[in-house]
Design a protein around this ligand. Structure first.
Ligand SMILES: [Zn+2]
Length: 57
């Protein structure tokens, strides 16, 4: 498992991972969206990452 740490854009503290959910864009590309929040200033972000799945057409 890879730990990904984002720093808060506002106060530059490490952000805390909250949860993941799956989504899909209009072209059917799947994404994992991860939520991160900052305990220091309550900022939060969503980080979307394409899911690379075998596509058998
Ligand atoms: Zn912050």
């Amino acid at each position: 498992m890879v730990a990904v740490v984002f720093n808060c854009a506002k106060c530059e503290k490490p952000m805390i991972w909250g949860s993941d959910h799956d989504t899909e864009d209009a072209d059917g590309v799947g994404y994992i969206v991860s939520n991160y929040h900052c305990n220091d200033c309550n900022s939060w972000i969503e980080h979307g990452q394409p899911v690379e799945e075998p596509n058998n057409g």
